[in-house]
Write a protein that binds this ligand. Structure first.
Ligand SMILES: [Zn+2]
Length: 104
């Protein structure tokens, strides 16, 4: 294919990705809702299992072996509320999701 054809294909894929990435309105099913606000409504402390990899090196600095270990880390979980507004039908809705923040 010609180079310009590849560029057009790339632009189309990007445009489609940008379209589908936009928020869908639960009322009128149109995409393109605006984020009107985002804030933390609850914070909790918890523990989360993480896997760390230790590398053993020889004198020349070459990795000779790797060991995986599971470590319990203290995390902060935040319940985040995001508000959305639909510019087409003016429907307003919000979503809640938990986010993990590492504590050191
Ligand atoms: Zn809508």
């Amino acid at each position: 294919m010609e180079t310009w054809l590849w560029i057009i294909v790339a632009v189309l894929i990007l445009a489609a990705a940008a379209y589908f990435w936009r928020k869908k309105c639960p009322s009128c099913n149109e995409r393109g809702c605006d984020k009107t606000g985002s804030f933390v409504i609850r914070t909790e402390r918890g523990q989360s299992l993480r896997t760390f990899t230790d590398r053993t090196k020889d004198r020349d600095g070459n990795v000779v072996s790797t060991t995986k270990r599971d470590v319990l880390v203290t995390v902060e979980r935040q319940l985040v509320r995001t508000d959305w507004s639909c510019p087409k039908c003016h429907y307003e809705f919000s979503e809640q999701e938990w986010r993990e923040v590492d504590q050191f």
